[in-house]
Design a protein around this ligand. Sequence first.
Ligand code: TYD
Ligand code: MG
Length: 460
Amino acid sequence: MAKTRTQFVCQSCGSSFPQWSGKCDSCGEWNTLVEDNPSAGIGANPGKQMRKGQAVQLVSLAGETEQAPRIASGISELDRATGGGFVQGSAILLGGDPGIGKSTLLMQASAAIAGQGHSVIYVSGEEAVAQIRMRALRLGAIEQNVGLAAETSVENILATLETGKPPALLIIDSIQTLWTEQADSAPGTVTQVRNSAQALIRYAKNHGTCVVLVGHVTKEGQIAGPRVVEHMVDAVLYFEGEGGHHYRILRTVKNRFGATDEIGVFEMSDKGLREVSNPSELFLGERNETSPGAAVFAGVEGTRPVLVEIQALVAPSSLGTPRRAVIGWDSSRLSMVLAVLEAHCGVKLGNHDVYLNVAGGYRIVEPAADLAVAAALVSSLCGVALPADSVHFGEISLSGSTRPVAHAGLRLKEAGKLGFHRAYCSTARDEETSTAGIDVTCIRELTDLAARIASMKEKS
Ligand code: TYD
Ligand code: MG
């Protein structure tokens, strides 16, 4: 008998090594190597007679296509993130921190879809049936058509599925708790996660079921199991939110059947997740309009404008190296804006601590926020509040000039709709400014904006 070869697989990046070591040479993480028995693959048994391959029929790229059949849940924020509903025969990974509300969202989606007469199977490896029922009761999501099981064996799950008609939607909560007999390692390891996901995705493709795999991702990225699934599934959604806030954002990072960068916004209440159809109102809800250091950024997520307040605090520092702390934005981007302010606008921040916060626990990924950040910083430094009815957007380049950003019209229109009267932006075309009905000022150089804000102080 051939000797079984063991290998050590990094749980963070998936690289394998013949020997254990404290640090993964590939990704540099510590204590992530776990012993693993590789399952048999191509070439695993050289003595065996290999089956000769069969030719497949090639088809022309220019052929008939049909729209992917979808099942919309009716929860519009969820449907927006999935690109219009769950595609039959596809696999979705729903990732997020533990306790963020993944099970809650999927339970509500299951009930909504079952309510339309589709069959849904919800398999939980984390909670007992009674617990899930209790949650469903609280959510008002008791539906006859949802089949429930507390199970962790992939073979048992597949056998259960074979006994009846394939469901329209299959929820697996979570992929880290599953184990398959095809692999010898413990549940949650890369091999187990990969093999289990493969088996379920194969089922989905063969039976036209949409399978949703839940994956926990901790803040430290410790259990990176779900990462290895990302390339196997058709869509990857991340559910995110800040601990202290009750907003939750469902972000699409990959979608083979729709657009990425879409977001769905929810609010966690005692009766589960509630849709937020106008996120700007939510993010601007608690605004203090007269305090210095706050600027409203007119952002865009996918196809949807989102207005959000950026708060900055610039205070004299007692430390040798002043502090820079950012929540909700990229810290290297902040460093860049600070450097441009120093170098081109004569705004001296070298002896000041700088704190930047995006209100409402929201996270901005667009570079278009540069101008709003700069405005908030200068406003805080000068101690003068920006006009309450103004919004800002625009990218800043290292030379101190501004650069145009996409969807200017969309941003301006949303600002106009929400009662803002002024916009400071990099550039906007005439037709975009005329339809929005607000006063648009183009800022070509960041110095102009800094000087404008400083002059407000002198006037007041
Ligand atoms: P859960 O869906 O179990 O999170 P996950 O599956 O991502 O781990 O949600 C858990 C949190 O949500 C928990 O802290 C309680 C809160 N919650 C509510 O506030 N209201 C509700 O109606 C429900 C069901 C949960
Ligand atoms: Mg859960």
